[in-house]
Design a protein around this ligand. Structure first.
Ligand SMILES: [Zn+2]
Length: 551
């Protein structure tokens, strides 16, 4: 989701109109969170040290008898034995031509996981994953990073890219460091900093880019922004060897669309904005009605639902040339389909089965229609809006499918924390929607693993199951490629004909990150406890308040 600095300012000016933010000296990358601090809210505590939900890394860890999808697009192979020393895969036995040899190995005193009948896939790379958002503060609290990290790991996510590090660059980098050191239950983090929209001058943009790099940022995230500043920042990112990602907000897209930013060297296009605009054939701006007001988010998202059909036809010369052009430039696409799922079926989105046990009350409240909260724009969402979005989706999915087939790099991003998207669960939904776009499940797996690792420049380290790479793995009871739904933390229900009753899948058993084995079931239990504790605390606070008002 686009977290707009202007939207924060707007919300803050409503909530705390007496405060002034001018003239403060805020470290580069902490501009958004500094405004939240000004409201009197402190950053949430850093996630606690990991505990009984995790084990290892081990001197030697052996995963035996596994059926393996290695993430490169290769079909399943098995039974294989994966040998891990510390954080690294040192051997894969039974793979390839040697499979016929059936060599038995002595396990010695290694830690052994018998994965007989189970599947092993690479750990997922979520390339659009916010470690919390200040907008939750408007619904009661800033996001708890322990809660988020555990939900991600429980769903097999071992690497994330934080678009904007909007909880503060320093705070996000602290989590990155602790995750790297194996101290907390958290995926590996790449921290991208949110480019301040008020940076206009080229020199200032480059200075800011150098400042975030000195602090440890891996890249920059744009949401619109002044085109002069954005151009200079992209140029600086190339010079400094940093990543870049952009949400082309409607305010600036007429000056800089997705194609133009790609030509400047932008590495990844988030969501889809700016792509239809790059393929207009009979207009240069979106067909805005005269009543349109960008700051009314329902206007923004309602009319965005009509955008793809204002653009070039699928398969037309402009459509195909644009795809070819993006591929030549090496631009990646992170569509984040799932975060817009709500727009085509609000009732479904509001009643997802995992909310009851796994949604923090403040996260849930932040989804309810509220003009003060970003993304909470379903003020009066109609059947017609949903139909428009379904149509919009089919064109958008066609574009992503065509881009993928032509050789473009698509990655999987969940963008959860907004719009009824819940951490971890939303990533699995993204896999389902990539399949819906027409990708084979093996292609979906590749998109969700090695493609993401390539975009982040981590493909020598992670993203596939290969000797020499980090042990980032997901061990799952049922075949996830037969049905991605088995990966949901709430499991998948089916009718068991043998037992003649309703049954549930087991899903993810373990997520291994850097050789550390996380027990998915235990992670989920801990998350349920965190949610329960928060609900209790809120109920007690409400009680105390009503008692004192009676005095
Ligand atoms: Zn986002």
């Amino acid at each position: 989701m686009a977290f707009s600095l202007k939207a924060v300012t707007l919300s803050l000016s409503i909530m705390a109109s007496s405060l002034s933010f001018a003239g403060e000296n805020v470290p580069a990358g902490d501009e958004v969170i500094a405004m939240v601090h000004k409201m009197g809210l402190a950053s949430p505590p850093i996630a606690p040290l990991r505990g009984e939900e995790s084990d290892g890394p081990f001197e030697r860890l052996i995963i035996k008898n596994a059926t393996v999808y290695d993430g490169t697009g290769a079909p399943a192979q098995g039974p294989l034995t994966i040998v891990i020393e510390g954080n690294t895969i040192v051997d894969i036995q039974g793979a390839g031509a040697a499979a016929a040899l059936h060599v038995e190995h002595d396990d010695g005193d290694a830690k052994v996981i018998d994965a007989k009948g189970m599947y092993v896939i690479p750990g997922f790379v979520d390339t659009h994953a916010h470690l919390g958002t200040p907008s939750h503060a408007f619904a009661g609290a800033l996001t708890d990073p322990e809660y988020v990290g555990k939900l991600w790991l429980a769903h097999g996510v071992t690497t994330i890219r934080d678009p904007g590090s909007i909880m503060g660059l320093g705070w996000t980098l602290e989590h990155k460091r602790l995750a790297e050191e194996g101290k907390i239950a958290m995926p590996r983090i790449q921290a991208y900093s949110f480019f301040p929209e008020d940076i206009v001058e080229e020199k200032e943009a480059e200075k800011w880019m150098r400042a975030i790099q000195r602090r440890g940022a891996d890249g920059v995230k744009f949401v619109g922004g002044n085109p002069r500043g954005v151009r200079a920042a992209i140029a600086a990112s190339l010079k400094l060897g940093m990543g870049s990602m952009a949400h082309h907000a409607q305010l600036n897209v007429a000056q800089l669309d997705a194609r133009q930013s790609a030509e400047l060297g932008l590495k990844s296009i988030e969501h889809w904005y700016g792509i239809p605009e790059a393929m207009f054939t009979d207009r240069t701006v979106q067909d805005y009605p005269s009543s349109y007001n960008y700051n009314n988010e329902q206007d923004r998202f309602r009319h965005a639902g009509h955008l793809w059909r204002q653009s070039a036809e699928p398969g037309s010369k402009v459509w195909n040339d644009t795809i070819e052009h993006f591929i030549e430039l090496g631009t990646s696409m992170t569509p984040t389909f799932s975060i817009y799922d709500v727009n085509r079926d609000l009732t479904r989105a509001k009643s997802l089965p995992w909310f009851e046990d796994y949604a923090m009350p403040y996260v849930m409240r932040s989804f309810q229609a509220n003009p003060k909260i970003h993304g909470a724009y379903h003020f009066d969402w109609t059947t017609e809006d949903e139909i428009a979005w379904k149509d919009n989706f089919s064109l958008w999915m066609q574009f992503i499918k065509d881009f993928h087939v032509a050789g473009g790099r698509v990655t999987a991003g969940s963008d959860t924390g907004f719009l009824y998207g819940l951490y971890g669960f939303g990533f699995i939904r993204e896999l389902e929607m990539l399949q819906e776009a027409g990708l084979h499940p093996l292609e979906v797996l590749k998109v969700a693993t090695i493609n993401g690792a390539e975009l982040l420049g981590l493909d020598r380290m992670t993203g596939s199951i290969e000797i020499g790479k980090r042990a980032d793995l997901v061990i799952v009871k049922e075949n996830p490629l037969a049905n991605f739904k088995v990966l949901y933390g709430t499991a998948h229900s089916y009718y068991d004909f043998d037992k003649q009753q309703q049954a549930e899948t087991t899903g993810i058993m373990y997520t291994v990150r850097d050789g550390i084995v996380f027990d998915s079931e235990m992670l989920l239990a801990q998350v349920r406890d965190l949610v329960e504790a928060r609900k209790l605390a809120e109920a007690q606070a409400a009680n105390a308040k009503s008692m004192s008002s009676k005095d």
